[in-house]
Design a protein around this ligand. Sequence first.
Ligand SMILES: Cc1cc2nc3c(=O)[nH]c(=O)nc-3n(C[C@H](O)[C@H](O)[C@H](O)COP(=O)(O)OP(=O)(O)OC[C@H]3O[C@@H](n4cnc5c(N)ncnc54)[C@H](O)[C@@H]3O)c2cc1C
Length: 394
Amino acid sequence: MSTSYETINPFTTSDEHQAFRATVRDFIARETTREMDRELDATGEFPYELAKKMAEAGFYGIPFPAEYGGQDGSALEFAILCDELAYGSESAAACFLMPVFFAGEMVLLNGSEEQKREYLPRIIAGDLRGCFALTEPDAGSDAAAITTKAELDGDEFVLNGHKTLISGVDIADVIMCVCRTGPREPKPYSNMTILMVDRRAPGVEFRKIEKVGSRAVGLFEIFFDGVRVPKERTIGGYPEGVGSGWAHMWMSLDMERIMVATLYSAIARKAFDDALEHAKNREQFGQPIGRFQAIQHQLANMKIKVDAAGLMAYRAAWLKDEGLPCSMEGAEAKTFATETALQVCLDGMQVLGGWGYTMEYDMQRYARAAMLGPIGMGTNHIQKTIVAKLLGLF
Ligand SMILES: Cc1cc2nc3c(=O)[nH]c(=O)nc-3n(C[C@H](O)[C@H](O)[C@H](O)COP(=O)(O)OP(=O)(O)OC[C@H]3O[C@@H](n4cnc5c(N)ncnc54)[C@H](O)[C@@H]3O)c2cc1C
């Protein structure tokens, strides 16, 4: 069964977009199964084989320019990829988003030319994975409160500090670590710098934190104890990149919000499709439960939200491609899609009745994945504050 979403999405009706969507769908159908997603969620293992195949299929190169080995994809193509991966397979989405997108986008937008040439081809080929370490025990939403410190000693920085709630550390080759290279003045975000730290370097230790959902990519805290990082590994190069960490993080926010919005609208779409199928097939009182108006209205409400979330996500991507401002639309889309995904999954559990609460159906897995949306990648409270700021309210 299909919602035929692409037929009503005005942003991706071109032959090229449709062909690309079909390519990603074919890959998902060929290389992934629901059983694989269930198993990886249960074991918390990363799908290395699948990751390799995705790199070979060229998907890792979509958001990156051809001169670095990428596919020169547009924001809309990137959105299609995120949408189809997240709809098709939680494992496939996990392979791409954390280890490839976050590290690659950071290098693309902020790296020196030398760093782009060194790292992007390896990321695109699937030979290098990264993770992004900003959050600390006392610095979550207040990101400028970080205290992890890097001090120059000869040609190397010496890094000390504690990061927490960091995704994918065990599978990363490089930790993009946001740290302080000077005092927190004149502004709270002054003197922040991003260093590319070798995850296997002496002095790097990490501990797994068990989490509720999306378990194929693990969650960790990291301890840096006198870790030596060559100064050339400053994002943006040395000395140019020193103190530019805050600006560097802002650079990638638009694409990040487009990505998150597309991803969670796809989770909502998947949950809706499963619920719809169940409502058509499950019979009670001698008829499919979808004949009862209570279920019909619940599904109609789910469908309305799923469509709106997808359209908002693609609108933000379209604006980006047109070179128009999209920060507000991206924040709106992230907020709406993540709230929608959670609500649609919970509604889906209701439609499935008792089976919705069991581990034998996938609705609980989607719901567990959806729970992260409103919290991660800038909480929705913070997204709403951004919208309010862009509306000129403060
Ligand atoms: C599964 C998972 C993966 C993650 N991966 C990464 C990662 O790879 N790298 C990384 O750096 N971080 C990562 N994080 C951390 C994530 O970015 C933070 O959890 C998030 O930014 C919120 O910070 P916090 O948890 O400290 O909550 P807090 O900042 O303590 O917020 C608690 C509550 O207060 C609200 N709040 C805080 N300040 C304000 C305000 N000014 N106005 C209104 N409300 C406010 C928040 O919205 C939230 O509801 C991950 C988290 C999770 C759960």
